[in-house]
Design a protein around this ligand. Structure first.
Ligand code: BTN
Length: 244
């Protein structure tokens, strides 16, 4: 698919910008927005996303799907695979996925993905905004509540170029999304699972309601936890998991 690329010096959130611009964008073109910094970058679960100027990649794509909102759990994992594969093509090794779709390297978070529903364009056609925040040059950040990493810290021998990374991410995401739209989640399960950082680990749900050993995902992208004999299914968005 061809994209309509908008590059901004500053914006509240590239996801919000896609929502505002979408009605104007030409039919068939995928709107993509990149900003040098965000003043109100947003993360999953209502958290802020630190978005300092000139350092990282803040990228959003406006996607349109035939189908229902129910397919979006799968989409969110598909995007994680697409980002991981793009980074690997750029020579990054040992890229991990933390369910549902955080990108990890060396035990800490390198990139995050925020999938938001924009709405139904018409019966059976849904609009989704997919935002990717990738830490590229960031070396210090105030008020990040989890352990994080950046390409410059994880792979210091390489000079990282944000526009090259953006092109690789956009290509990988569009290819993956086409495959998902045509063939569903099936082809992504093994690609997601081979990068699963929870597999075989003792896990607890953040709410403390559930504990067990990580066993990967099922064919819809739900996470599986072995609690003794029992295999418990966790749906994306329902619960968050961490290593015990
Ligand atoms: C997460 O919490 O892990 C998701 C973070 C997503 C951040 C990206 S940066 C580009 C896009 N615009 C936003 O406001 N958020 C996403």
């Amino acid at each position: 698919s061809a994209v309509e690329l908008v590059v901004l010096d500053e914006v509240d959130s590239t996801n919000a910008e896609i929502v505002r611009r979408r009605p104007e964008s030409g039919a068939g073109l995928v709107p993509v927005c990149i900003a040098d910094c965000q003043t109100a970058g947003r993360g999953r679960r209502g958290r802020p996303w630190q978005s300092p100027r000139g350092q990282n990649l803040y990228l959003s794509l406006g996607l349109t799907f035939r189908g229902s909102f129910a397919m979006l759990d799968g989409l969110s994992l598909v995007l994680g695979v697409a980002v991981a594969e793009a980074l690997e093509q750029q020579g990054v090794v040992d890229v991990g996925l933390k369910w549902p779709n955080d990108i990890f390297i060396g035990g800490s978070k390198l990139a995050g993905i925020l999938v938001e529903l924009q709405g139904e364009l018409e019966e059976g056609v849904v609009q989704v905004v997919a935002g990717i925040g990738l830490n590229v040059h960031m070396k210090e950040a105030a008020a990040v509540d989890q352990s994080w990493n950046s390409l410059a810290m994880a792979v210091p021998e390489r000079r990282w170029c944000r526009s090259e990374l953006a092109a690789a991410l956009i290509n990988s995401v569009l290819r993956a999304v086409d495959e998902f739209a045509e063939q569903g989640f099936g082809g992504f399960r093994a690609r997601w699972q081979s990068r699963d950082i929870f597999s075989g680990k003792a896990l607890v749900a953040s709410q403390g309601t559930l504990a067990g050993i990580g066993r990967g995902i099922d064919d819809s992208g739900n996470y599986l936890i072995a609690d003794g004999e029992e295999l418990v299914k966790v749906r994306a968005g329902e619960i968050s998991l961490r290593v015990q």
